[in-house]
Ligand binder design. Structure first.
Ligand SMILES: [Zn+2]
Length: 306
């Protein structure tokens, strides 16, 4: 095989792949035998469900080694559930479910800010090319890896619970790149909506659930989920409102219920007519971010703006 190489300019990972031709082998004693490298001790995260066809060894920026196996598996559908859920993603709460559950945003990066700052300062004082600088680089990478690992673990737990309990999951498709160019960038990246919805999507496929994204221009926060009246844009400071029909709404829960309704309508019409309402541009007032981002405005919902 070719020597290990850096596969992306954006991160500091190196990887090498061994296929069956390269004669790698998982030994009975749990070690991994690699050609020209030898027998490695592996801390298995799970038992392999089948004979692997290849293994990729990855060394990340923090100097940790991972073995990633390619195995053939079959989907294991979970027993059917009669619940369906709509999810409204935001920054005040990470997620609000149509059943009224609110999931607080854990803010892993924010919590680690002080430590990261200290490590970055230490790094910046080291002389370029020195051994101490390399050590400091690894310390920074380790701290970042810890934040990312914690976030991933948390997202896996939440997404597994949602997929297990619901037969169909509908999520609002957020314009992450638009938002990430604003002042809120750090919060947006810390939330990790994109990886969360991607996780929901593949778990839905694996466990036989329905998953769909709702277009980001659907006016989910302007519509009364009880009578369907389009009540017009509301500034973000409005957290709850009462529709003329008499229904009192929590802004985010109402939006999540509308996401659920839009998802149901779309899945019912999957082979028929397009039922999604025509795009409605959000009001700048409602969006609460800089004027140029009006197109991504819907995705700014649920974010407090000072
Ligand atoms: Zn109403």
């Amino acid at each position: 095989m070719a020597p290990p190489r850096f596969r992306s300019r954006k991160d500091n990972r190196q990887a090498i792949r061994f296929t069956a031709n390269a004669r790698f082998k998982v030994l009975d004693n749990g070690r991994l035998r690699l050609p020209k490298i030898g027998d490695l001790t592996v801390r298995w995260s799970r038992t392999l469900p089948a004979e692997p066809s290849s293994v990729t060894i990855i060394r990340d920026a923090a100097g940790r080694y991972f073995a990633s196996f390619v195995v053939q598996t079959t989907d294991q559908p979970l027993p059917a559930s009669d619940c369906e859920v709509g999810i409204d993603l935001g920054l005040t709460h990470f997620a609000v479910l149509s059943d009224g559950t609110k999931v607080a945003a854990p803010k892993f990066l924010r919590r680690a800010t002080r430590k990261l700052r200290r490590l970055h300062k230490a790094l910046s004082r080291k002389q370029k090319g020195s051994a101490n600088r390399n050590k400091a680089v690894i310390k920074v990478a380790k701290a970042h890896a810890r934040v990312a690992d914690t976030r991933r673990d948390w997202q896996h737990k939440l997404s597994t619970a949602i997929i297990r309990d619901n037969q169909a999951v509908y999520v609002e498709d957020l314009c992450v790149t638009g938002l990430a160019r604003t002042k809120l960038a750090k919060s947006v990246h810390d939330a990790g909506w994109a990886s969360f919805t991607a996780t929901l999507e593949y778990k839905a496929a694996r466990y036989g659930r329905t998953f769909a994204r709702i277009g980001r221009f659907a006016p989910t926060s302007q519509t009364c989920s009880t009578c369907g009246r389009l009540d017009g844009p509301k500034p973000l400071s409005v957290r709850s409102w009462t529709c003329p029909c008499g229904a009192a709404h929590d802004r985010d829960v109402n939006a999540a219920i509308n996401v659920l309704a839009a998802g149901r309508a779309e899945s019912l019409n999957a082979c028929g007519a397009q039922v999604r309402p025509a795009p409605v541009p959000a009001q700048r007032r409602e969006a609460g971010i800089h004027p140029g981002a009006a197109r991504s405005a819907r995705s700014a919902e649920g974010i407090p703006v000072r």
